[in-house]
Design a binder for this molecule. Structure first.
Ligand code: TYD
Ligand code: MG
Length: 464
């Protein structure tokens, strides 16, 4: 094992949030503006450094063609469709994955269930927890009905011991829960520090690559939503998945934010039950299941998540504000996006929101990144403000530009088909949208946002 090579004493300070290096300590990171995030860090042991490469010749590197002569790496399915799709079609041999998420969101449960499935499908799986004792995990396995699955279990944090064990046991898949609890004894800083996390992730990833083993590392997420420790961990691995959801909701969404072996932004939807996570094969039906009668402020958005259409209900509430600074509160959407849509409604459509509190919510705990949600959000806002409900059987999608124009969005046909499948009979989309006919669904084209607002809520007049 490589020992720490002491270079000329050189202090490096690293930001815990974004991983930027600084030559001295300061209270605020000037790369990401985070406060109190800078820590003293030891550089990775890289051997004695040479000043330049000049003069000395290296080896020549063999070059190859773009067409690969090797077969694609083998993949193993877990049999959990929602998971296999997010992985890009099963787990790739010798790949490194990072699964991030808030504490208590269900990462350990998800991975123990996945471990059991992969083990049943023939992989040798070792699950190593640095957070829970073997007894605790056995209790969880019992609750999930997994005690008969051939998963090997250990509670450990010493990375040297873990790597030695993996070398001897030669598993196909190792799950490390979590990377923040790992401790590499050649790095003299505390577990959870940037250098420990970085070094542990590096050791595990390169071990996986050289030994043909896949590794899944769990990473905790900080308050601002990024995986704690430096971004370098995300760069190191092949695939980064986030497990998200609202605490009070039973839905959980596994989202690929980076995937070298499949599409990014793919989602898998799960429901939390007493017996663990259950797959949700038709998320639209579930997200819309609580919809009551037509109500002002409630609108259905036909969205796309990864390769899959998902319908969600967007709810808005607009009320006179008792505050001098009216509230703008949003769950499940970017607040900057809400601000932009409010501004466009005010200045291009004559629908002011001054003196009004605005609350916006995506039902079911879903987080929407699709800009096509703009039109649905605007419709929900005006509908709430005018106290006028939209028809129950209509879906909307389209992007709004700052000029108040409506832009067409991708995958129109998929959105419409999903809406039709769920019993919707009409859709409102931007004028320029590709004209596709879906049986049983009538299309209304909106020329621009102002026309849409006037046509939909016109007779009630924007003045209040
Ligand atoms: P856990 O998997 O421990 O979360 P994490 O590893 O992300 O911190 O789950 C948190 C708690 O939720 C735990 O007490 C078990 C419970 N839980 C269920 O009861 N059912 C479920 O489907 C899931 C995912 C969790
Ligand atoms: Mg856990």
């Amino acid at each position: 094992m490589g020992q720490n090579v002491n270079m000329a004493k050189q202090n490096i300070f690293t930001c815990n949030e974004c991983g930027a290096s600084h030559s001295k300590w300061s209270g605020q990171c000037d790369a990401c503006n985070a406060w109190n995030s800078i820590q003293e860090d030891k550089p990775l042991s890289t051997g004695p450094a040479k000043k330049t490469l000049g003069g000395m010749r290296g080896k020549t590197i063999p070059l190859t063609d773009l067409a690969s002569k090797e077969p694609p790496p083998p993949r193993t399915m877990s049999g959990v469709e929602e998971l296999d799709r997010v992985l890009g079609g099963g787990l790739v041999k010798a790949s490194a994955l990072l699964v991030g998420g808030d504490p208590g969101i269900g990462k350990s449960t998800l991975l123990l269930q996945a471990a059991a499935r992969f083990a049943r499908n023939g992989l040798k799986v070792i699950y190593i927890s640095g957070e829970e004792s073997a007894g605790q995990i056995q209790m969880r396995a019992e609750r999930l009905g997994l005690t008969q699955s051939p998963v090997h279990l250990a509670s450990a944090t010493n990375l040297r011991d873990i790597l030695t064990t993996l070398e001897v046991e030669k598993p196909d898949l190792a799950i490390i829960d979590s990377i923040q609890t790992m401790w590499a004894d050649n790095v003299d800083s505390a577990p959870g520090s940037v250098s420990q996390v970085r070094s542990s992730a590096h050791e595990l990833t390169s071990f996986a690559k050289t030994n043909g083993m896949s590794v899944i590392m769990v990473g905790h997420v900080t308050k601002d939503g990024s995986i704690a420790g430096p971004r370098v961990v995300e760069h190191m691995v092949d695939t980064v998945l986030y497990f998200e959801g609202e605490r009070g909701h039973q839905f959980r969404i596994l989202r690929s934010v980076k995937n070298r072996f499949g599409p990014a932004d793919e989602i898998g939807v799960f429901e939390m039950t007493g017996k663990g996570l259950a797959e949700v094969k038709n998320p639209s039906a579930l997200f819309l299941s609580d919809r009551g009668k037509p109500a002002p402020g409630s609108v259905v958005f036909a969205g796309i998540e990864g390769t899959r259409p998902v319908l969600t209900e967007i709810q808005a509430l607009v009320a006179p504000s008792p505050h001098s600074q009216p509230k703008r509160s949003v769950v499940g959407l970017d607040s900057g996006r809400l601000g932009m849509i409010l501004a466009v409604l005010e200045s291009r459509c004559g629908v002011p929101f001054t003196g009004l509190d605005v609350y916006l919510n995506v039902a079911g705990g879903m987080k929407i990144n699709d800009p096509a949600a703009d039109l649905a959000v605007a419709a929900a806002l005006v509908s709430a403000r005018e106290d006028a409900a939209l028809p129950h059987d209509v879906v909307l999608f389209g992007e709004i530009s700052l000029s108040g124009a409506l832009r067409p969005v991708i995958q129109t046909e998929n959105r419409l088909k999903e809406a039709q499948k769920l019993g919707f009979t009409s859709a409102i989309t931007p004028q320029q949208t590709k004209k596709v006919a879906v049986a049983g669904l009538s299309l209304r084209y909106a020329q621009d946002l102002a026309t849409f607002v006037a046509e939909t809520f016109g007779d009630r007049g924007p003045e209040k």
